[in-house]
Ligand binder design. Structure first.
Ligand code: PMP
Length: 280
């Protein structure tokens, strides 16, 4: 049975609750971040907690905790659980509010540790299909609790046999997936959008790695250009790096994971393994 941290207490998952007057329940006000373990150790904990703090600042939520306190709480919650590999979800809610609207400077900190979902090996070996959906996140740089657009887009994506939906904005630029960042290989260069997106931790690691392998362009990515890319892949904490071989009805490249994708995938794997030797 999982143990969660809820606003000062460690509780069995089924007893982990928050009051109904919390602004997260009433108005969807709050932020979160999600990381995973690798060989039982949290990956990029400091970076994820920093992004959580940045997200809170962007939605005007004052946090009474230090970066170090949030890291310690996440580690303590992890140590009270016993999964081979885990997701660690750190959530900051808006807190209770008498007028049901205005944050009162009393946010709640929650840490949910759950088993890491196992994704099919085939998705990596053969690549996946993604669909495109028209959507723009209002505050793309913040990981707010509002994932309504994501949940609806993913329903569409599943119905069409795809594993992810890619947001396309009003200018017909492809932005990112519902929980992943987007990369394309065009003219042997690696392209990834730089605005209208969440700055993914995995994206940053991929950019670091790929910098040594090929030219990189961080720029807008028109959907028409994306559809004709040599290679496409998506990145995220739980997906890692996943080759995309079909977008809506259009095959990407020759319909198989491309050579740049495979090289970056291999280097990313090596980087994750190496990170285990750097203590967080
Ligand atoms: N974009 C969005 C909207 C996301 O929710 C996520 C998942 N956190 C990502 C991109 C990928 O970010 P990361 O690599 O840090 O998981």
């Amino acid at each position: 049975m999982a143990v969660f941290y809820v606003d000062g207490e460690f509780l069995p998952a089924e007893k982990a609750v928050i009051p109904v007057d919390d602004l997260a329940v009433l108005r969807g006000i709050g932020v979160f971040d999600l990381l995973r373990t690798y060989s039982g150790r949290p990956m990029f904990l400091k970076e994820h907690v920093q992004r959580l703090i940045d997200s809170a600042r962007q939605i005007d939520l004052d946090l009474p905790w230090s970066h170090a306190h949030i890291c310690r709480t996440a580690l303590e919650t992890l140590s009270r659980n016993n999964f081979d590999e885990a997701n660690i979800r750190i959530i900051v809610t808006g807190g209770s509010s008498p007028d049901f609207m205005t944050p009162q400077g009393n946010p709640r900190l929650l840490v949910l540790v759950t088993p890491l979902p196992k994704l099919p090996a085939e998705w990596y070996d053969k690549g996946v299909k993604v669909v495109t959906v028209r959507a723009e996140r209002r505050m793309p740089g913040a990981k707010s609790l509002d994932y309504l657009a994501a949940a609806m887009a993913l329903r569409q994506s599943k119905a069409q046999g795809a594993v992810e939906a890619v947001y396309v904005d009003r200018h017909d630029h492809a932005l990112e997936g519902t929980t992943s960042n987007l990369f394309a290989v065009i003219d042997n260069r690696l392209i990834t959008p730089g605005r209208g997106i969440l700055s993914g931790i995995t994206r940053q690691v991929v950019l670091d790695i790929a910098g040594g392998l090929m030219p990189i362009e961080i720029r807008d990515l028109p959907l028409t250009e994306l559809r004709t890319a040599q290679e496409v892949f998506i990145t995220g904490t739980n997906k890692g790096l996943m080759p995309v071989v079909q977008m809506d009805d259009t095959p990407i490249g020759d319909g198989r994971p491309g050579r740049f994708t495979l090289r970056i995938m291999e280097a990313l794997q090596a980087r994750f393994t190496r990170s285990l030797t750097l203590s967080d």
